[in-house]
Design a binder for this molecule. Structure first.
Ligand SMILES: Nc1ncnc2c1ncn2[C@@H]1O[C@H](COP(=O)(O)OP(=O)(O)OP(=O)(O)O)[C@@H](O)[C@H]1O
Length: 199
């Protein structure tokens, strides 16, 4: 589905990401762990094509189109950025509809405790609720690839479990799911842990 070969990144003198290989297959949830600053976000941004590596390459495999991931649609890749980045002028339901190409996603909204908030805009809900909406948006079009940066960072324990269960369900339906997390609970939902060392 997606292969990273020796990708590495420097920001000036900072070695943000040491060379790493990673193979992601449909049906698996891989959790990236490692200390703060070890390059987890950098790796996700490279995997998604939003950052260019200084070395190595990112190779999308079937069923992803032969495009940089950053240019794929929500139906190909679902992304949960650390910054959450919902459209502020749209309701939560409309943020999902935009990704899905039409209305829907009621089951996801319910699974993530968002049903009663669906008609509010991001500015009218909490940060944790925004983050769960971003998870719902990433999953609503049933993409083949899901990339999520610290998707439980604003959640209480109970809600973190719901977020992880939703990501796990996406993998069980065949998606390749790559998340970065500091949450030890996340490892329990993963097929594999890839640990990055200190930079
Ligand atoms: N735009 C940037 N310019 C300069 N340095 C950067 C930039 N982005 C990241 N870095 C540095 O690269 C290293 C890796 O950062 P990254 O955000 O990938 O780590 P992380 O493992 O995701 O950390 P955290 O767990 O704290 O989110 C850090 O030392 C960071 O300071």
């Amino acid at each position: 589905m997606l292969a990273l070969r020796g990708v590495r990144k420097n920001y000036g003198p900072t070695e943000a990401l040491r060379p790493v290989d990673l193979d992601l297959t449909g049906g698996e949830l891989v959790v990236l762990t490692g200390p703060s600053g070890s390059g987890k976000s950098t790796l996700l941004m490279i995997a998604g094509g939003w950052e260019t590596p200084d070395g190595g390459e990112v190779v999308p495999g079937a069923p992803l189109p032969d495009l940089p991931v950053a240019r794929m649609s929500w139906a190909d890749v679902g992304f949960v950025p650390q910054s959450i980045s919902l459209f502020e002028e749209l309701t939560l339901a409309d943020n999902l509809a935009l990704a899905r190409g039409g209305p829907g996603g009621d089951e996801l909204l319910a699974a993530l405790d968002l049903t009663r908030l669906a008609s509010r805009r991001p500015g009218e809900v909490s940060r944790g609720e925004q983050q769960r909406a971003a998870v719902a948006r990433a999953l609503v079009a049933s993409p083949s690839l899901v990339i999520a940066d610290e998707p439980t960072s604003h959640q209480d324990h109970q809600r973190a479990l719901k977020v992880l269960a939703a990501l796990r369900a996406a993998a069980d339906r065949g998606a390749a799911v790559l998340i970065a997390s500091h949450d030890p609970v996340a490892v329990g939902y993963a097929d594999r842990e890839v640990r990055l060392g200190a930079g």
